[in-house]
Design a protein around this ligand. Structure first.
Ligand SMILES: [Zn+2]
Length: 167
């Protein structure tokens, strides 16, 4: 699979696709989930990927959706479908993510709470690294864009991540 790697924020995104992705329901705008299972999706698994809303009962399988995709994005997968990693939408149905908030000209977003906690740990670790002078793990902070790990943004970013978690 040829994943576009625009920035390091995307490096570990697929790790979080094994958990349910929280999205905005296309029907009622409530909190819905996308079950993805594992990634990449094998052709025989397309029917297992679904978007479900417990509020309004919306329930759609990936196999029921047309094989279309937002213009200018995606990666063609083994299934012939296109998936989008990043871009504040779920990779399969392209529904807007539930865990999303503006930060200056950027957008903080996460697929699920596991992803959110991961981001929080990285931002905190980056800060600890800085205090230690000698980096323990050079690769750690470099997985995030600079605006997320910069010293001056740190407290605000952590606050925003907590707001998303508790919101
Ligand atoms: Zn709904």
């Amino acid at each position: 699979m040829n994943l576009r790697n625009k920035d390091s924020y995307q490096t570990h995104l697929t790790d979080f696709l094994k958990y349910d992705i929280l999205v905005i329901c296309p029907k009622c705008s409530g909190k819905a989930v996308v079950h993805s299972g594992h990634f990449p999706i094998a052709p025989e698994d397309v029917h297992a990927v679904k978007l479900i809303c417990s509020t309004c009962g919306y329930n759609k399988r990936l196999s029921e959706t047309p094989e279309t995709f937002p213009s200018g994005s995606p990666h063609k997968s083994a299934t012939g479908r296109h998936y989008v990693l990043g871009g504040e939408i779920d990779p399969f149905f392209f529904a807007p993510l539930w865990l999303k908030t503006d930060f200056e000209q950027h957008t903080l977003w996460a697929y699920n709470y596991e992803h959110l906690d991961f981001l929080r740990r990285l931002v905190e670790a980056k800060h600890r690294e800085r205090n230690l002078q000698k980096p323990v793990n050079k690769s750690l902070g470099s997985r995030l864009p600079k605006w997320m790990t910069s010293q001056k943004h740190r407290d605000l970013i952590l606050k925003k991540l907590d707001e998303l978690r508790n919101g």
